[in-house]
Design a protein around this ligand. Structure first.
Ligand code: SAM
Length: 153
Protein backbone atom coordinates (compact mmCIF):
# COMPACT_ATOMS: atom_id res chain seq x y z
CA UNK A 1 0.00 0.00 0.00
CA UNK A 2 2.86 2.38 0.87
CA UNK A 3 4.58 1.63 -2.43
CA UNK A 4 1.46 2.67 -4.29
CA UNK A 5 0.18 5.59 -2.19
CA UNK A 6 3.57 7.11 -1.34
CA UNK A 7 5.56 5.93 -4.36
CA UNK A 8 3.49 5.60 -7.52
CA UNK A 9 0.94 8.10 -6.29
CA UNK A 10 1.17 11.25 -4.18
CA UNK A 11 -1.78 10.30 -1.97
CA UNK A 12 0.04 10.27 1.39
CA UNK A 13 1.98 13.44 0.51
CA UNK A 14 -1.28 15.23 -0.30
CA UNK A 15 -2.90 13.96 2.91
CA UNK A 16 0.07 15.27 4.91
CA UNK A 17 -0.04 18.68 3.22
CA UNK A 18 -3.78 18.94 3.83
CA UNK A 19 -3.39 17.92 7.49
CA UNK A 20 -0.75 20.63 8.02
CA UNK A 21 -3.10 23.16 6.40
CA UNK A 22 -5.91 22.16 8.77
CA UNK A 23 -3.55 22.31 11.76
CA UNK A 24 -2.40 25.80 10.80
CA UNK A 25 -5.91 27.02 10.11
CA UNK A 26 -7.15 25.85 13.53
CA UNK A 27 -3.91 26.62 15.40
CA UNK A 28 -3.45 23.00 16.41
CA UNK A 29 -0.03 21.52 17.10
CA UNK A 30 -1.03 17.87 17.34
CA UNK A 31 -1.72 15.59 14.37
CA UNK A 32 -2.85 12.02 15.02
CA UNK A 33 -2.72 9.41 12.28
CA UNK A 34 -5.40 6.85 13.16
CA UNK A 35 -5.48 3.33 11.73
CA UNK A 36 -1.94 4.24 10.80
CA UNK A 37 -0.59 0.84 9.80
CA UNK A 38 3.07 1.60 9.03
CA UNK A 39 2.42 5.32 9.52
CA UNK A 40 2.79 6.56 5.92
CA UNK A 41 1.20 9.95 6.63
CA UNK A 42 3.40 10.52 9.70
CA UNK A 43 6.36 9.56 7.50
CA UNK A 44 5.36 12.37 5.13
CA UNK A 45 4.55 14.86 7.89
CA UNK A 46 8.05 14.65 9.36
CA UNK A 47 9.51 15.79 6.01
CA UNK A 48 7.84 19.20 6.41
CA UNK A 49 9.64 21.96 8.32
CA UNK A 50 6.22 23.20 9.36
CA UNK A 51 5.79 20.18 11.65
CA UNK A 52 8.78 21.19 13.76
CA UNK A 53 7.30 21.97 17.15
CA UNK A 54 4.27 19.80 16.46
CA UNK A 55 3.38 16.51 18.14
CA UNK A 56 2.79 13.77 15.56
CA UNK A 57 1.09 10.65 16.89
CA UNK A 58 0.55 7.41 15.03
CA UNK A 59 -1.79 4.76 16.37
CA UNK A 60 -3.78 1.74 15.31
CA UNK A 61 -5.99 -1.03 16.62
CA UNK A 62 -2.94 -3.21 15.96
CA UNK A 63 0.06 -0.90 16.53
CA UNK A 64 3.00 -1.51 14.20
CA UNK A 65 5.55 -1.32 17.00
CA UNK A 66 8.60 -1.84 14.75
CA UNK A 67 7.73 1.04 12.41
CA UNK A 68 6.70 3.29 15.29
CA UNK A 69 10.04 2.74 17.03
CA UNK A 70 11.93 3.69 13.85
CA UNK A 71 9.89 6.87 13.42
CA UNK A 72 10.30 7.80 17.06
CA UNK A 73 14.06 7.13 16.96
CA UNK A 74 14.51 9.28 13.83
CA UNK A 75 12.31 12.14 15.01
CA UNK A 76 12.26 12.00 18.83
CA UNK A 77 11.31 15.67 19.05
CA UNK A 78 8.21 15.26 16.89
CA UNK A 79 6.91 11.66 16.76
CA UNK A 80 5.12 10.22 19.78
CA UNK A 81 3.49 6.93 18.74
CA UNK A 82 0.79 5.34 20.86
CA UNK A 83 2.00 1.80 21.49
CA UNK A 84 -1.26 0.54 22.99
CA UNK A 85 -4.19 -0.36 20.71
CA UNK A 86 -6.42 2.58 19.77
CA UNK A 87 -9.86 1.42 18.68
CA UNK A 88 -11.61 3.99 16.52
CA UNK A 89 -15.01 2.85 17.72
CA UNK A 90 -14.24 3.98 21.30
CA UNK A 91 -13.86 7.63 22.26
CA UNK A 92 -10.62 8.53 24.03
CA UNK A 93 -9.15 11.66 25.55
CA UNK A 94 -5.79 11.28 23.75
CA UNK A 95 -7.65 12.22 20.57
CA UNK A 96 -8.63 15.69 21.76
CA UNK A 97 -7.13 19.03 20.62
CA UNK A 98 -5.76 17.58 17.39
CA UNK A 99 -6.14 17.05 13.69
CA UNK A 100 -7.30 13.44 13.40
CA UNK A 101 -6.28 11.89 10.10
CA UNK A 102 -7.78 8.69 8.73
CA UNK A 103 -6.16 7.77 5.42
CA UNK A 104 -7.24 4.60 3.68
CA UNK A 105 -8.90 3.38 6.88
CA UNK A 106 -12.68 3.76 6.60
CA UNK A 107 -13.02 1.20 3.83
CA UNK A 108 -11.43 -1.30 6.25
CA UNK A 109 -13.97 -0.65 8.98
CA UNK A 110 -17.00 -2.94 8.62
CA UNK A 111 -20.20 -1.09 7.66
CA UNK A 112 -21.89 -1.91 10.96
CA UNK A 113 -19.03 -0.24 12.92
CA UNK A 114 -18.77 2.95 10.85
CA UNK A 115 -21.51 4.74 12.80
CA UNK A 116 -19.60 4.01 16.04
CA UNK A 117 -16.41 5.39 14.47
CA UNK A 118 -18.11 8.61 13.37
CA UNK A 119 -19.78 8.82 16.82
CA UNK A 120 -16.52 8.45 18.75
CA UNK A 121 -14.67 10.91 16.50
CA UNK A 122 -17.52 13.40 16.91
CA UNK A 123 -17.13 13.23 20.69
CA UNK A 124 -13.66 14.76 20.45
CA UNK A 125 -13.09 18.48 20.08
CA UNK A 126 -10.67 17.75 17.23
CA UNK A 127 -10.71 18.42 13.52
CA UNK A 128 -11.37 15.13 11.69
CA UNK A 129 -10.10 14.54 8.16
CA UNK A 130 -11.01 11.31 6.37
CA UNK A 131 -9.28 10.40 3.11
CA UNK A 132 -9.63 7.43 0.77
CA UNK A 133 -7.17 6.85 -2.08
CA UNK A 134 -9.70 6.87 -4.90
CA UNK A 135 -8.90 8.22 -8.33
CA UNK A 136 -11.36 8.44 -11.21
CA UNK A 137 -9.64 7.27 -14.35
CA UNK A 138 -10.88 5.35 -17.39
CA UNK A 139 -9.23 2.24 -15.96
CA UNK A 140 -10.77 2.66 -12.48
CA UNK A 141 -14.24 3.23 -13.99
CA UNK A 142 -13.81 0.09 -16.09
CA UNK A 143 -12.74 -1.90 -13.00
CA UNK A 144 -15.74 -0.55 -11.05
CA UNK A 145 -18.09 -1.74 -13.78
CA UNK A 146 -16.46 -5.18 -13.64
CA UNK A 147 -16.94 -5.34 -9.85
CA UNK A 148 -20.62 -4.37 -10.24
CA UNK A 149 -20.98 -7.17 -12.82
CA UNK A 150 -19.47 -9.67 -10.39
CA UNK A 151 -21.88 -8.51 -7.63
CA UNK A 152 -24.82 -9.34 -9.91
CA UNK A 153 -23.55 -12.74 -11.09
C1 SAM B 1 -5.71 -0.59 4.79
S1 SAM B 1 -4.92 -0.32 6.35
C2 SAM B 1 -4.35 1.33 6.08
C3 SAM B 1 -3.15 1.62 6.91
C4 SAM B 1 -2.58 3.02 6.68
N1 SAM B 1 -3.53 4.05 7.00
C5 SAM B 1 -2.08 3.16 5.26
O1 SAM B 1 -2.67 3.97 4.51
O2 SAM B 1 -1.12 2.49 4.90
C6 SAM B 1 -6.32 -0.08 7.47
C7 SAM B 1 -5.89 0.10 8.90
O3 SAM B 1 -7.05 0.38 9.68
C8 SAM B 1 -6.86 -0.23 10.94
N2 SAM B 1 -8.16 -0.39 11.60
C9 SAM B 1 -9.21 -1.13 11.19
N3 SAM B 1 -10.20 -1.06 12.09
C10 SAM B 1 -9.78 -0.23 13.09
C11 SAM B 1 -10.35 0.24 14.31
N4 SAM B 1 -11.57 -0.14 14.71
N5 SAM B 1 -9.62 1.07 15.08
C12 SAM B 1 -8.37 1.46 14.69
N6 SAM B 1 -7.78 1.06 13.55
C13 SAM B 1 -8.47 0.20 12.76
C14 SAM B 1 -6.19 -1.54 10.61
O4 SAM B 1 -5.54 -2.10 11.75
C15 SAM B 1 -5.23 -1.15 9.50
O5 SAM B 1 -3.96 -0.81 9.98
Amino acid sequence: MDACNSGLRSFNREVATTAIGIANEHQLTKVVELGAGRGPVTNELVKHDETRGMRLLACDLVPNVGEYRKLEANYPDRVFPIYSPVDLTRPQKSLNDAVLVLAGVMHHVPFELRRAVIGSLSETNSQVAIFEPLLRTRLSMFMAVLSLQSLHS
